[in-house]
Design a protein around this ligand. Structure first.
Ligand code: ZN
Length: 122
């Protein structure tokens, strides 16, 4: 099923995000929520999707006025892709963030090791 309010693919018939009852199946051209995060990451996801010729758009979670008050970096962007490209986009996004998470963890470990001894827990 598909939640028109959240633009999400919903397992079952009730949206876990808004609680709305979802009565229609997802269609190929429905925009589906892929991922959300900071602007830099959202831009990166969109760039990679563009490179793969996957149509996409991103939408800020708060209004332009709030973005000015809080600074753009504080805004969270949600990235959407058409359902027809959803599975492909999801794989791309996942592989993208797996790589980056590994790097981030490595950096965190390096930074931590400089100050205190980190425990090996892997
Ligand atoms: Zn919903």
């Amino acid at each position: 099923m598909y939640c028109e309010r959240c633009r999400r693919i919903v397992e079952g018939d009730k949206c876990p995000e808004c609680g709305k009852l979802c009565k229609r199946d997802v269609k190929d051209d429905d925009a589906c929520f892929l991922w959300s995060g900071g602007q830099i990451w959202a831009d990166m996801v969109c760039d990679v999707l563009n490179q793969e010729n996957i149509p996409n758009f991103k939408q800020g979670s708060i209004g332009a006025a709030m973005a000015v008050l809080t600074g753009l970096s504080a805004e969270t962007f949600s990235v959407y892709v058409p359902y027809s490209h959803y599975e492909q986009a999801k794989e791309i996004a996942e592989s993208l963030f797996q790589e980056n998470e590994a790097e981030a963890e490595q950096e965190a470990e390096d930074a931590g090791a400089a100050e205190t001894e980190t425990e090996e827990d892997e």
